[in-house]
Design a protein around this ligand. Structure first.
Ligand code: SAH
Ligand code: SF4
Ligand code: F3S
Length: 469
């Protein structure tokens, strides 16, 4: 397959109305998502396909005609949860044999999981992979008539399928895929096996999708890829910096975010593009994974501690007020106390605005799963705790430094606990709570930071954006 192979999706006629009962009422689906934003967005595509057939969503598994689990394979605990859920659904499936129960997403790509489903969870009706999403209507039809579990999992994508219907969860913020897959093969990571090789979407297709989202009133676009700074390398005609500039130029565009960028290949041109594009926010998620060079090498990360620190310096110099967040793994096989301390010292040195920290989890068929593990789970938990303590201290200090500042906030909705309090995000992706009316959802407001906390800010609205100038 060449990266240029693309096709435009059209729902086959025979499935168009399969989401209706014989009495004309719509069938119901329950769709649960685990994992990253890419998976969340795949769920929006599946919801779009189901709604295109006539189905409507439900929160009740009991009432569902179709239950799908869109799964994540990145760590073992995510997988355990899914198996638990599927186990609990056996009685429901026995009571309602018409129910179609499906497992899809990254776990479906693992041979061990496929085998496990066939052997231990035969009441699952359909298993399909990350490259087979567009086949959902046909697979549901097959699952309805087949006695055995229907399984369709391709190792790689046959082509890029454009124009898939999407039922987006939100009407303020939207995800847009720019690249699928990953070529990096970090030794701990399963993603290159579950998502295949890197494939960039054509820039015209991306720009067209964003234009439509802007026309539909979306305020924040997040460009998605596992390794966005490699965007366009396979096309030969584009680059991520070029794409950012093109998206930034779309008339009416508001905020542009992107995730995830890899520290390797983070070019000066990309830094310049982020700095000069006014709609691209001042936030870079830059997973470091470890602060120790020997561990980084065994992780097959291409960067060193020194390279990373240098990159942070360049980004901070070029983009005033930029927020830097990261991902870190503790307890990688063989990680010594000193090597772990290097990670803690890096956290203090860089002063990340936030960090997502994980205990290493061995993954099927990845090289690191064969490395010798010298630590007990307790030791790993201790390290995670110590790292989190260090990062929490940094988070609080970084947030306290913002006290008294007035920041631009895009209102996302009411806070979880109080309908009179709004929640929103700063351009730097900080969560901020402040009193206000829900009518402001989807609008920009200016908020003074009055009470900074470790993981969130509290403030008071100063003025609406249009009143500022
Ligand atoms: N493409 C992104 C990361 C995607 S996975 C990048 O390279 O930056 C998200 C995060 O999960 C990773 O950054 C890593 O910190 C964590 N992760 C991946 N595999 C893991 C494993 N086997 N055990 C624990 N954490 C893992
Ligand atoms: Fe996994 Fe590394 Fe690819 Fe990120 S860059 S998805 S951590 S293999
Ligand atoms: Fe998980 Fe797959 Fe995303 S493994 S993190 S859902 S790419």
């Amino acid at each position: 397959m060449s990266n240029l192979d693309r096709t435009s999706y059209e729902m086959p006629d025979e499935y168009r109305y399969t989401g209706f009962n014989t009495d004309g009422t719509p069938k119901k689906y329950y769709l649960r998502t685990y994992g990253c934003q890419m998976n969340e967005h795949d769920t929006e595509v599946m919801a779009g396909l189901l709604q295109g057939m006539g189905y409507v969503p439900t929160d009740s598994q009991e009432e569902s005609d179709v239950i799908l689990f869109n799964t994540c394979a990145v760590r073992e605990n995510a997988e355990d949860k899914v198996f638990g859920e599927i186990g609990r659904l056996r009685p429901l499936k026995q009571r309602n044999p018409e129910l179609v129960l499906g497992l899809c997403g990254c776990m479906a790509q693992e041979q061990g999981v496929q085998k496990m489903v066939l052997e231990k969870f035969p009441w699952v009706d359909v298993v399909f992979g990350t490259h087979n999403i567009d086949r959902l209507p046909a697979l549901l039809a097959e699952a309805r008539t087949s006695q055995a579990t229907v399984m369709e999992v391709w190792d790689k994508a046959a082509e890029t399928v454009e124009d898939m219907p999407k039922a987006r969860k939100d009407n303020v913020r939207a995800w847009v895929n720019i690249q699928y897959g990953c070529n990096k093969f970090c030794t701990y990571c399963i993603v290159p096996y579950t998502r295949g090789r890197e494939r960039s979407r054509q820039p015209e297709d991306i720009v067209q999708e964003v234009r439509q989202l802007v026309a539909d009133g979306f305020k924040e676009i997040t460009l998605l890829g596992q390794n966005v700074n490699d965007y366009g390398v396979d096309l030969g005609t584009s680059s991520f910096a070029k794409l950012l500039r093109e998206v930034n130029d779309i008339p009416g565009i508001d905020r542009i975010r992107f995730t995830t960028s890899n520290p390797w290949n983070f070019s000066d041109d990309l830094i310049a593009a982020i700095a000069e594009c006014e709609h691209v926010v001042e936030h870079v998620h830059l997973p470091v994974q470890s602060g120790n060079n020997e561990i980084l090498k065994r992780m097959n990360r291409s960067h060193t501690r020194e390279y990373y620190l240098q990159l942070v310096k360049k980004i901070r110099a070029a983009i005033p007020g930029v927020s830097l967040t990261t991902d870190i793994i503790v307890g990688f096989p063989g990680e010594t106390e000193e090597q772990f301390e290097d990670t803690v010292s890096l956290v203090r040195e860089v002063q990340f605005d936030n960090a997502f920290t994980f205990i290493y989890s061995p993954r099927e068929n990845t090289p690191a799963a064969r490395f010798e593990d010298t630590l007990t789970l307790d030791e790993k938990k201790q390290r995670l705790y110590r790292l989190n303590e260090a990062q929490a201290e940094v988070c609080l200090k970084r947030n306290q430094d913002l006290k008294g500042e007035v920041v631009d906030v895009l209102v996302e909705g009411a806070s979880k606990t109080n309908a009179q309090v709004l929640s929103g995000r700063t351009r730097t992706n900080r969560l901020i709570l402040f009193p206000g009316s829900i009518d402001l959802r989807g609008q920009h407001v200016q908020v003074e930071i009055t009470h900074p906390q470790t993981f969130l800010l509290k403030g008071r609205m100063v003025t609406r954006e249009e009143e500022v100038s």
